[in-house]
Design a protein. Sequence first.
Length: 307
Amino acid sequence: MSAISTPRRRFFTLERRNFIVGVLFTLPWILGFLVFTVYPLLSSLYFSLTRYDLIRPPVFIGLENYIGLFTSDPRFWPVMYNTVYYVILSVPIGVAFAFLVANLLNMPIVGRSAFRGIIYIPAIIPAVCTAIVWQFLLNIQYGAFNSFLQTFGLPTIPFLANPDLVRPSIIGISVWAQGAAVVIFLAALQEVPRSLYEAALVDGANAWHRFWNVTIPMTTPVILFNLAVGFITAFQEFTIPWLVTNRTTGPLRNAEFFSVYLYQVAFRDLRMGKASALAWIMFVVIVIFTVILFRTSGRWVYYGGEK
């Protein structure tokens, strides 16, 4: 009996030692995750239930911040509408644009490598530089687009000064900066088996049929990935609307997105409790959109090997 228990004891001792060694090696990451992720997350949840201005101690008020946002805040629902409007339009249009550009850059054309590099440039340019460049291009007085229109005697267009045009202008900027999605789509397109195209060609499929019945189904997992990342990123869009519109209020409240409003509440009004509640509302909305996207993906996303 002792001869059997001794190897088992040694085994469990070795297993425990390996577990301890593994924990020690991952301890820096675990501590960083607890200190920089879990603790701020739980702290913001607590602060969302308080009245807190960074100067006086927080006062617990329950769900008053949430109730006030949904019932008595005159800016909450317009900000939510602006954000959802931006997300619903910019993400699908941006993903479709990136997918079409990736297909064009996947063709054997002259200078393909140079075009790929040019398309990727917007993805590596800092958002501040992007905002400054587009603010110059869309300026009603000296912008390049309006200067071009004036050359032909056409009226200028107030892209960033008209409440009806400021949101589409920001959407256009987001679509322009789809270099990262283009690169991901290019990698996916190069993984599509050539035998499928050859079989479709033998069956008499033209270019459109091959694109619709082979290219799109085989890249739907990557389309889903880019849509999910796009939704999560778009809900948190801050830099472009904040800088391009010069932080303007009044008639340009159409460009006030959720993150911009959260920033103003937190660091201009010093209402950290309300800002924390806004952050949690944003988190819940992002989760809802992501869950809906993944729940509906079973109807249109194809994974290799599925029937």
